[in-house]
Design a protein around this ligand. Structure first.
Ligand SMILES: [Zn+2]
Length: 168
């Protein structure tokens, strides 16, 4: 399929779709081509302006490559060392690890470390006794479950050791 930019003598521009260049020549010779605006049959082929087809050309950035580059430059993840952790087990994919490390960093940057007082602070915040903010800390499985039962949004999260140390 060929798409030609066509125009009449009145400079009306339009597109013509043809099976081939020969098909265009044939239709032109037979007088099948006419301007859709003024019905002129004085049709000429215009120099084809570059057709910017953003839809077809936009390709996804190579997310995998950049993610893997980040992962390789980052501190090796301690995922393997924490063999007892369900959270990181199996996330061997480098892109996943990079995303995970980035997420963990954001959590660290946007939360206050309340350590062992986590369950207590989470309740205070939930019930309006303490300032609304993001916190992180340690909680037992039982504490976490009871917080969840009270409707308090908590997220069990095993932070990579590599991220914990530089902040202290
Ligand atoms: Zn015309």
């Amino acid at each position: 399929m060929k798409v030609f930019n066509l125009g009449c003598e009145l400079q009306h521009g339009f597109e013509g779709w043809f099976a081939s260049e020969a098909d265009y020549d044939d239709q032109l010779a037979r007088g099948f081509l006419e301007c859709p605006v003024c019905s002129s049959k004085q049709i000429v082929r215009l120099p084809s302006a570059p057709r910017l087809n953003f839809g077809a050309r936009s390709s996804e950035p190579a997310a995998d490559d950049s993610a893997q580059a980040d992962a390789s430059s980052a501190t090796p993840t301690p995922a393997v060392k924490q063999a007892s952790s369900d959270v990181v087990a199996g996330s061997c994919d480098l892109a996943l690890q990079a995303a995970w490390l980035q997420m963990a960093r954001q959590v660290l940057q946007s939360t206050e470390d309340v350590g062992q007082r986590f369950a207590e602070e989470a309740r205070k915040i939930h019930y309006g006794e303490a300032a609304e903010r993001g916190i992180r800390g340690q909680a037992t499985r039982e504490q976490t479950e009871s917080l969840m039962e009270e409707g308090i949004a908590v997220m069990p999260l095993v932070l990579p050791e590599a991220l914990k140390s530089p902040l202290h």
